[in-house]
Structures are given as structure tokens and as C-alpha cells.
Design a protein around this ligand. Sequence first.
Ligand code: TYD
Ligand code: MG
Length: 465
Amino acid sequence: MAKRAGRVFTCSACDAQSPRWLGRCPECGGWNTFVEGEPEKPARSGERAPVAPGAGVLRMKDVDAADAPRLLTGLSDVDRVLGGGLVPGSVVLLGGEPGIGKSTLLLQVAARLAGGGAGEVLYVSAEESARQVRLRADRLDAVVDGLHLLAETSVDRVLEAAASRPWAALVVDSIQTVSSPDLPSTPGSVSQVRDAAARLSVFAKTGGTPVVLVGHVTKDGTLAGPKTLEHLVDAVLSFEGERFQAHRVLRALKNRFGPVHELGVFEMTGTGLMEVTNPSALYLGGRTGGRPGSAILAAVEGTRPLLLEVQALTVPVKYGTPRRTAIGFDGTRLALLLAVLERHGGLPMSGHDVFLNIAGGAESEEPAADLAVLAAVAGSARETALPKGAVAFGEVGLLGEVRAVTDATLRLKEAVSLGFTEAYLPAGNAAEAAAFPDLGVTPVASVEELLVRTAVRPAGAGRRP
Ligand code: TYD
Ligand code: MG
């Protein structure tokens, strides 16, 4: 951005500049992020040695593309989410809310790496004392020979220790609490975080040591610190948990070396995080599906796939007008879907109260929920059900047609990785389902077809757990 001589204001989140102070950054949308002055330049790469012009330019075919072997962490869910283990020289950011278990997970990973013969691992704690970490390590059975600990907040000293021997991996817990006294800003500030991450990233790239950073997450679920932090690292993993109480889900939000949307499921126990080998059992434990009035919705929240249980209850009206109550779902949309069900499905609900609930306090606002909502309502009214282990998604139009939705692959992938075996989806999304050969796919073109498909199914009516 062109700037006039004189004052300049810089967004502390994305470095956008403006000659005036702005309440909201036009580039990144951050509020109150503008501060007066040029962005702080870390400028610690030192004096650059003179290089010949054009040095470093290679022909594409001459670039060495041999993959360096990945480092397996020993926790197969972590390896899978990483796309097959840690890539040498890569920087991984693990984000999550406080108390979710980031330190626990990384201490376990560090101990597995060190104990598994990968080499010596350095775990830097900038939040807890060495004694605290040792106490946790005792619980986790993570006191292994090759695991070293440094309780330190100065990024300079962290880098000194990192350079002191050939570590197999370096863990820094957390990137918000390490800082450099050379910079005027306070620890945790945007420029401190950016500086520390940049220097740790240079360390990873030059020496080939993989670096794992812990990153805090703000209340609205985004990683605290500058946006550039996410661009600086090779992979961003997110550790989440509110949905399954003791259960934690690890997923990749960004991965330069592998697919995103892989899922790792863990259970927090008294002795650390245990991998859940059969997440479907966990998920279906409380919410079985396959019951009249229930349908498992393969939803997407933002970019995040999520399986939710839609529950419906229909009872004959006692007096007056029928009631429609929706919790976690738009009431107007429910009324609309009931009208479609009557007109195009031939299932009048006008003599029934209809209650709809998305279990677990969840909400769904996307049109893709329609098919699961109708399956649940029709299921309750007719005592039929989608088969056990089936998910449903699809938008329903006013003409009774079932319309294709976005992110079908994402939904199906989540369903498969959580152990679901069948999917009811819009006929328009059937092509995407072909990529999942183990999944029983029922394409549905209309509400009428949904009702026919679920009525004739012997696995439906009367099957109770
Ligand atoms: P922690 O790893 O400190 O979370 P974070 O680093 O993300 O802030 O985990 C904190 C929680 O985990 C805390 O509430 C206690 C619980 N916990 C267990 O249940 N079992 C254990 O073995 C450990 C080490 C922690
Ligand atoms: Mg921690």
C-alpha cells in the first residue's frame, strides 16, 4: 500500500499499512489491530553474504526430489494426521484450547520418538517448570533416556540448546510464551510470536530437525497471534474436544506434506491420551442410529466435517394447533420441510406435534441438514429408520427434490473414518461417493424416494437396540 510521507499505521496481525488509524483492518478484518509505526523488522538474519546473481536457480528436472524418510511418532493417529509421520525440516503447529491436552500429547509424542530409537528429542517448556513437566511425564510413562527437557522462555536460549546437538525433533510449548528480549514488544505479542516462529522455522529448515510448536487458540477458535504464523509453518493441526467429553479429536487444518481432514481420535485417561482404535464404537456408544426418529447427519461446520445426531419426536395433537419445536435447527425451515413432507411425500404431519432436536447441544444451519431432518421426522411418524451406521445429508427443495450439496467428499470421509458404513445422499452427489468403495451408497433424488427407500428396508422398522 502506498503511504504518504509522515505517519504510518501498521496492522499488527497482517502488516497492512495505512496513513490513517483504522478501527478495522481492511486486509484481514482484525479489530483494533492498527498501531502507529512501521512493522517491527526482526532483521536478525544478519549481514547477508554476497551471492552471485541467479545462484540457486535450478532446472526443475535437476531438483532432488528424493523423499527424506519421515519420522514415525509411534502414535499412529498422529502419524496419519501428519500424512505419514513428521517430515524432516518441517514445522508443525499444534493448536487447541487451554487444557485440551496439547502438552500431554506432545510429551507423549516426544517420549515415543526418543524411546523408539529416532534419536534424542528436546522438549522445551516455556509455560511450566521442569518439575511440573517431570511430574506429568511420570504419569504418562514418558521418562525415557533420549528425552531432554528445557524450561526456558528466551527464544535465543532455546535456539542455542537446539543447536547444541543433533536432535531428532524439537518441541516448543508454546510459541506464545517464548520471546526475545531484543524486541521491544511484550511476550505473546504479534511481533514476538512472528519473530520466534520465523527463527525456529529457519532452524528447522537449515538443520533438517522437525519442530513442533504449541499454539494457543482464542475464544473464537482461531489461533492466537499473527495470521502469518499459519503461513509460516508447514502444517497446522488442531486438537479439539468439547464434543466428546473425554474424547479428543486431532485433525489437520493445513498440511504441505499430506492430506488434510484426516482424523485422530484419542481418549484422555488418568495416564495420558490413548488412541481410540474404533471411533465408531465411541460415537455410536451413546447414539446408536438405526432407531426410529433418529438420523445421523454428516454436517460441515465452516470447513470442519462433523457428525451430528438429529432426533425427532412426533405425537398426535392433543388439542389446538399442532406444535413445532426445533432445538438447534431453524423452526421456519422445519415448518417448510414438514409442508414438503406432506405435499410431496404424502405424509401429513398436520395432526401431529413435531419436536426436533440436534443432540448434544449442537446446532446446524446448513441446508444439507434437510434430508437427515426429514428422515428423522418420517422415521418417528412411521416407526421406520435409516439403517444403523448410516449417515444422511442433502438439501430438500420446495418441489420435493433432493439437491446436491457442497463438500460431499468431506462429509463421506468423516463418516467413513468414524466407522459409518452407509450414506443416503443426493443423487447429484453420487459421483463423489464412488471414491468410497466400502460405503453402501443410496442416492436419493426426491423426498418420495427417501420415504420409499426407508420404508421397504427391513433393517428399518422395529429394529431396536
Ligand atoms: P494439558 O496437556 O496440560 O493441556 P494443554 O497443554 O492443552 O493446556 O492437559 C490438561 C488436562 O489434561 C488437565 O485437565 C488434566 C488432564 N490430564 C489427564 O486427564 N490425564 C493425564 O494423564 C494428564 C497428563 C492430564
Ligand atoms: Mg500446555
